[in-house]
Design a protein around this ligand. Structure first.
Ligand SMILES: NC(=O)c1ccc[n+]([C@@H]2O[C@H](COP(=O)([O-])OP(=O)(O)OC[C@H]3O[C@@H](n4cnc5c(N)ncnc54)[C@H](O)[C@@H]3O)[C@@H](O)[C@H]2O)c1
Ligand SMILES: CC(C)[C@H](C(=O)O)[C@@H](O)C(=O)O
Ligand SMILES: [Mg+2]
Length: 368
């Protein structure tokens, strides 16, 4: 019997839970609450194995990504992560930084494709900072961000240059194989959507972007039904604000994807709304909100848990093939938003202000 069929019949999944720092533990505990509820309702046995990452792991074990944390993730079917980093660890440099744990985890699990969907909820139109005519068509964008290459993983260092000044460098580099595999991911996703890919680069300046563009062109010949357009990243940042509905699938490099997805998140109303799935060549994925540890609001029970709850839904769909259950969570989120409940980041006059825990409770209730 094939492994995935066997697992589906048993409906028994092991989830590594890494709450991390700042608001991470607050939003993750809401997502776990929702998953537990889904488990009860749909007879799925979730085993949650909690471990430390980031600043929390530095404080306890002296390193941001302890070997046992990586091992826990390797032995699990999927990983749910909150966020890492914060002012407490800001003086640390290089490999010691909490954020490096995240990069180590993504690389260690070979999760090269980061999927970040940004869609407009009808009831959150008022929370979008754009004029209503710019979003009259709504938008449903899927950012496909390369996650284990580029400037994040290139050679870096510091030196004193020949004139005696300090110098620092981070090299952006991509191989054709790295570009091809993220391209395939984007075209495959596009085949299930509007069959439209916009590849974002800076090929008017960067050699690595020229390779990127060439590989995307080669790949597009294998997907004749999908239209491919190239766009420079500066223009793409502007076009996202001008007319978000022109985008469907955006495929781009690690750093451009990081920046553009934060920008796209704000179009939905808040960075607290955007989930993500980091995927590789196996079903095991890493699921996390795109936002960070939000130190300015940590511990106040006001962070929006929806991004993390929607990340849990992405886990059900992508790692476990539980489409019905994923859809149930997504529908529950929509129901709660349609009923007028809002955390402070998406609050508008006339709506009902709730905190992190209450938002989680409402979503659980909407699942029932
Ligand atoms: N994936 C991650 O773990 C991740 C992602 C981004 C940043 N970080 C780290 O987090 C720390 C803070 O970074 P930052 O301030 O640049 O970005 P951030 O995403 O943590 O916060 C940016 C702004 O968005 C708000 N915000 C974020 N999440 C929110 C939520 N769920 N609900 C409501 N408001 C929310 C914050 O309050 C803040 O005003 C840094 O150490 C950074 O490196 C980690
Ligand atoms: C914390 C940082 C390393 C991370 C990234 O840049 O990938 C974050 O900004 C994200 O978007 O997940
Ligand atoms: Mg980011």
């Amino acid at each position: 019997m094939k492994d995935d069929v066997y697992r589906k019949e048993l409906r028994n999944y092991k989830i590594a839970v890494l709450p991390g720092d700042g608001v991470g533990p607050e939003v993750v505990s809401e997502a776990v609450k929702v998953l537990k509820h889904i488990g009860n309702r749909f007879h799925i046995n979730f085993e949650f194995i909690q471990d430390l990452i980031g600043g929390a792991a530095i404080d306890q074990f002296g390193e941001a990504l302890p070997a046992h944390t990586l091992e826990t993730c390797k032995l699990s079917d999927a990983v749910l992560l909150g966020s890492v980093g914060g002012p407490k660890w800001d003086d640390l440099t290089g490999e010691k930084r909490p954020e490096k744990a995240l990069l180590g985890l993504r690389k260690g699990l070979n999760l090269y494709a980061n999927i970040r969907p940004a869609m407009m909820y009808e009831s959150l139109k008022g929370a979008c900072p754009l004029k209503s005519e710019r979003i009259s068509d709504g938008f449903d964008i899927c950012v496909v961000r390369e996650l284990t290459g580029g400037i994040y993983f290139g050679k870096r260092g510091t030196k004193v240059n020949t004139s005696g000044y300090d110098e620092a460098y981070d090299i952006e580099s991509y191989s054709s194989e790295e570009v091809r595999r993220i391209g395939i991911e984007a075209f495959e996703i596009a085949m299930k959507r509007k069959k439209k890919v916009i590849s974002v680069d800076k090929a008017n300046v960067l050699e690595s972007s020229r390779l990127w563009r060439k590989e995307m062109d080669i790949l597009s010949k294998k997907y004749p039904e999908v239209s491919l357009e190239h766009m420079y990243v500066d223009n793409a940042a502007m076009q996202l604000i001008k007319s978000p509905s022109q985008f469907d699938v955006i495929v781009t490099s690690n750093m451009f994807g990081d920046i553009l997805s934060d920008e796209a998140s704000m179009l939905t109303g808040s960075i607290g709304m955007l989930p993500s799935a980091s995927l590789g060549s196996t079903k095991k994925g890493l699921f996390e909100p795109i936002h960070g540890s939000a130190p300015d609001i940590a511990g106040l029970d006001i962070a929006n848990p929806i991004a993390t709850i929607l990340s849990a839904a992405m886990m059900l769909r992508h790692s476990f093939g539980c489409d019905l259950e994923a859809g149930t969570i997504e529908k529950a989120v929509e129901t709660v938003l349609n009923s007028g409940f809002r955390t402070v980041d998406i609050f508008e006059n006339g709506k009902k202000l709730v905190g992190t825990t209450e938002m989680g409770d409402l979503i659980v209730k909407a699942i029932e």
